[in-house]
Ligand binder design. Structure first.
Ligand code: BGC
Length: 664
């Protein structure tokens, strides 16, 4: 039966049942009409273990142990669309196998402040990169009979007081920075579901926000899918009915009959049947989703779980998502029989089971220590817990190499849902431990596992520093392959690493309060603010080194019918294959006041064999140059001289040219 015919068959009570959950993660079936239960599951880096029917309690079952994929900051650091698609595909296959219909991912909020507790689950401080990573990831999920659910719409950039904080932001920042990823998810990936955020905008909760949902998402962007609430993010029945919420999830009001969109909604519509079309629109969207997923059809794909292919994807994403921040002629480690001291709080720490809703019961997890043991079978590996500074110093002096594995973890107050970090300091005694090993042994490699920036006061002493987020079940193997030089690192930063929190635009411009957070950084989020105010970050957006180097030459740009065509040549001047992410930034004509000096508008990850030269061609559609006009309330294009820059990071741009661009 098509969904219009089904809609006509449904009673009002049944329709209302399709507008709210029956337990923590699913919506009730309607067996008499063959409508199956719709089952959702977290999350961005693997399929979450089964929870007790209506509690936040994992069942602890062996059979739920899933492929633990790298967190989104790691996936994004690959700058590799193909890998994003593969990660999406793995999620979908494991979701199908486990009987899930909707994967609650990807998280695409902008990484606005270094303190954000959920930064590790998001993609970038840059909206273009956010869109470029999210779109293939969503396609990878949705090409496999599973729905993606982008989250959290919108402006969910802080965790502390996330349920109540009101965000004040200019319209241009809203459109240019915070909504761009969502727009791409709808327009370019036809995302099936969108999840509302906990916070408020214009003093109205985002899960039922007239402007964000009705005007923008369903109006301007033409979203036809299901708009669901975050878990317990629905606060009001009338607003939910009128302001575009299609599905209430995760409410914590005892029986689900008490959900805002259960009996209270039923009463409201019973007392005023003119409201039925509003409910019909919500139900129609859910029925369309059932169709789209081929629910109830024998043709629906079956999925698979923990296959070697899935583990290989986890490995490849980790290998391309680890970033080499610094390497003063130290790495790789050529002596495979060396005495290697592995130390630091993250050396053997399992990270899969923390962070909040994205926690995974991992099938296995190769920590840095395990990976080094696996890949250096002939070395003498010494592992010490780094609490005792004297012992650390003695052991570091005796070893040929020291690998210090530090950074953050998923404890509340670090990279974890519900609370932001208090500052950018490394926890416990790490700064002292790192300084100690650095002064005891010049062959020290510092590995930082972090989902958000930390201060690194010892950086000038360190010869080699690797940076990564929570890199999944194959992390240790990928890391060890980079240490050995078997893999040439190719990850690049997707957010700026400040020297100090005070340097960051979100802090520098002020405006923060728990109740009403004013985004005074406006469009100058992340590198846009550093570049505008000439502040040097510790490591800039887009930075990441390889073994060997790449030469950039011969930039030629011209305008064509659809936008700007840029070509340039890359040459691998090193002796190993390199995967280089070339980045193109554009600065608007100088007469337009108050713009960032340059913004990312295109990139390409290119494999170059030793000595190889390749011509790279990038195309920037005209609408990428449009900017939001506050007064007119729309995007518009300005004629003039645009500066185009190409290079290896936002601060390493050897090629540039000026192109006069006119609207056509
Ligand atoms: C999180 C969502 C998550 C949901 C279900 C909420 O607390 O904000 O991202 O998908 O829980 O676990």
């Amino acid at each position: 039966m098509n969904h219009e015919a089904l809609l006509a068959e449904l009673t009002l009570e049944e329709k209302i049942d399709l507008c709210h959950a029956q337990d923590k993660f699913s919506v009730a079936p309607i067996p008499r009409l063959g409508i199956e239960s719709l089952v959702t599951s977290d999350g961005p880096n693997g399929i979450r273990e089964e929870q007790a029917a209506d509690e936040w309690r994992g069942l602890g079952r062996e059979e739920d142990k899933a492929t633990y994929l790298p967190a989104e900051t790691v996936l994004a650091a690959t700058w590799n669309a193909e890998l994003c698609k593969l990660q999406g595909q793995v999620l979908a296959e494991e979701a199908l196998y486990r009987g899930k219909d909707v994967v609650l991912a990807p998280g695409i909020n902008i990484i606005r402040t270094p303190l954000g507790g959920r930064n590790f689950e998001y993609i970038s401080e840059d909206p273009y990169l956010t869109a470029a990573i999210a779109v293939p990831y969503i396609l990878g999920i949705q090409e496999n009979d599973v729905a993606a659910c982008v989250k959290h719409y919108a402006l969910n950039n802080q965790e502390t007081n996330r349920g109540e904080v009101n965000i004040e932001v200019s319209r241009r920042a809203l459109y240019e920075i915070y909504l761009k990823g969502f727009k791409a998810a709808v327009k370019d990936a036809d995302v099936a579901c969108v999840m509302g955020a906990y916070n408020c905008y214009r003093n109205q909760h985002c899960c039922h926000n007239q402007h964000l949902v009705n005007d923008v998402l369903k109006g301007e962007l033409g979203f036809q899918g299901v708009f669901m609430s975050d878990w317990a993010g629905t606060k009001d029945t009338r607003e939910a009915l009128y302001n575009g919420l299609d599905l209430e999830m995760g409410s914590e009001r005892g029986s689900h009959r008490n959900d805002h969109m259960a009996d209270a909604l039923l009463e409201l519509v019973r007392s005023n049947p003119n409201l039925t079309p509003l409910v019909d629109d919500k139900v129609r969207r859910s029925l369309r989703l059932h169709d789209r997923l081929h629910k109830g059809s024998a043709l629906r794909k079956k999925g698979s779980f923990n296959t070697p292919e899935h583990q290989h994807v986890a490995y490849t994403v980790a290998a391309e998502g680890i970033i080499m921040l610094k390497n003063d002629d130290l790495l790789p480690i050529k002596d495979s029989t060396a005495h290697i001291l592995v130390t630091g709080p993250n050396a053997d720490l399992h990270q899969s089971n923390g962070g909040g809703s994205s926690a995974i019961a991992a099938f296995y997890e190769i920590t840095p220590l395990k990976g080094i043991q696996n890949r250096f079978p002939n070395a003498t590996i010494e592992y010490i817990d780094s609490q005792d500074i004297i012992q650390l110093e003695i052991s570091a002096r005796k070893a040929d190499w020291v690998i210090y594995c530090g950074g953050l973890n998923h404890d509340l107050g670090f990279d974890c849902e519900n609370e932001d970090k208090a500052n950018m300091k490394l926890p416990s005694n790490q700064d002292l431990e790192i300084s100690t090993v650095l002064s005891s042994n010049p062959n020290t490699v510092v590995l930082m596992t972090c989902g958000s920036p930390v201060e690194m006061p010892w950086i000038s002493q360190a010869r080699a520093v690797l940076w990564t987020g929570y890199a999944g079940m194959e992390f240790g193997n990928a890391l060890a392959d980079i240490l050995l030089g078997v893999v040439n690192p190719s990850g690049k930063l997707t957010y700026t690493l400040p020297r100090h929190l005070e340097d960051h635009p979100s802090t520098r411009y002020g405006g923060y309060s728990f109740e009403n957070n004013i985004y005074k950084d406006d469009i100058f989020v992340g590198y846009r603010g550093y570049d505008r105010d000439h502040i040097d970050p510790l490591f800039c957006f887009g930075h990441g080194l390889h073994y060997g180097s790449v030469d950039y030459q011969a930039l030629v740009c011209q305008q064509d019918e659809a936008g700007i065509q840029a070509t340039f040549r890359l040459t691998n001047t090193g002796s190993q294959p390199i995967k280089e992410t070339a980045q193109l930034y554009i600065g608007h004509p100088g007469y337009i006041a108050d713009r960032p000096p340059r913004e990312l508008k295109a990139f390409s990850k290119v494999l170059l064999l030793p000595g190889e030269s390749k011509e790279v061609s990038l195309h920037i559609p005209m609408e990428e140059l449009d900017i939001y006009d506050e007064r007119e309330g729309c995007f518009r294009f300005y004629d003039g001289d645009y500066q185009i820059f190409v290079g290896a990071s936002s601060r390493d741009l050897p090629l540039s040219t000026i192109l006069n661009i006119a609207s056509r």
